[in-house]
Each structure stands twice: as C-alpha cells, then as structure tokens.
Design a protein around this ligand. Structure first.
Ligand code: THU
Length: 160
C-alpha cells in the first residue's frame, strides 16, 4: 500500500481586478446573470457565464422551485443552455459569482459536486479543458485550469 495525493488545484487572485481583461469581462457577465436569478427560497443568487469557442457568452442563473429539489443551479442551467442550443460548440471557460440577500458573500463560491460532474461530461466530450473561475460577491477569485482539476477521482464514460 502507498499513499497517493490527488488534490484539486488552482490559482487564487486577491480580487477581480487582478484578472485579465477577458476573464474580468466574463466574470462581469456572471455577476450580471445573478440579477435575473430566481431564488426566492434561498435568497442566494448565483450567476454563471460560459465563454464559447467562438467567443460568444452564454449565461445562466439558479432557478428555484416551491418543491425545492426541482430547482436547478446556475452552472447547469448555463451548460445545458449551451449544450442544447449549440451542441457542437466547445466551451472554453465558465465564470461563477453569487450574491445573497442574507449576508455578504466574501468567499469564492465553487460549483457544487453535481455541477462539477455535469460540467465534466462536456469537458471529456470536447477533449479540451474548461477553465473555471469563481468568486463571491466581493473578494478573492479562484481559477482552475479544468473541471478535472476540481474533481479528483472522477467518474466518466470511459468506465462504461
Ligand atoms: N447554487 C448554484 O446555483 N450553484 C452552486 O454551485 C451551488 C448552489 C444555488 C442552488 C440554490 O438555488 C442556491 O444556490 C442555494 O443552494
């Protein structure tokens, strides 16, 4: 037996100001997307913005439901919007931001496990990494080089 270390990895920026102009623009699109989130139950508004291979941007936000489990996260709304409308376009990046009515979100909000798994499917299929950038309402930004680097020991279609 030997110990192995497979860790999530990424880069930490002190603020959005440190991002490249194009990353900042994508993050701004995610922030803008939080404004049309439908989150009357959690009051936690998440926005996601995808940068596609042709440099178009597709956004999504969380959509909640009175039957709570029927709601959906911003990241999956965005990736399914892209996958359903433009199945042949690759995704280069996803930026995620969140704002709450209850408190200041000052920590980077990473995608939930189910969203990581969903995003991985698209990354594996397109055979090119999808960069992930995430932040709260203010403060630090995390950037990872791929979905895979956020999901060690992941499961994909190669097992089937
Ligand atoms: N949420 C997202 O949209 N993305 C995540 O990765 C985490 C959580 C949403 C789901 C729900 O509407 C609210 O945030 C509170 O969990």
């Amino acid at each position: 037996m030997k110990k192995i270390n497979i860790a999530a990895s990424g880069y930490l920026y002190d603020s959005m100001d440190e991002l490249s102009d194009s990353d900042k623009k994508l993050m701004q699109a995610a922030i803008e997307a939080t404004k049309s989130s439908y989150a009357p139950y959690s009051n936690f508004n998440v926005g996601a913005a995808l940068l596609m291979e042709d440099d178009t941007v597709i956004t999504g936000n969380n959509q909640e439901n009175a039957a709570y489990p029927s709601g959906m996260c911003a990241e999956r709304v965005a990736i399914w919007k892209a996958g359903s409308s433009f199945p042949n376009k690759k995704v280069k990046k996803i930026a995620i931001s969140a704002i709450s009515n209850n408190k200041t979100v000052d920590k980077p909000v990473g995608p939930c496990g189910a969203c990581r798994q969903t995003l991985l499917e698209y990354e594996v299929n397109q055979e090119e990494p999808i960069e992930v950038l995430f932040m709260g309402e203010i403060g630090k930004v995390v950037k990872t080089e791929s979905i895979t680097s956020l999901l060690p020991f992941s499961f994909d279609s190669s097992y089937l």
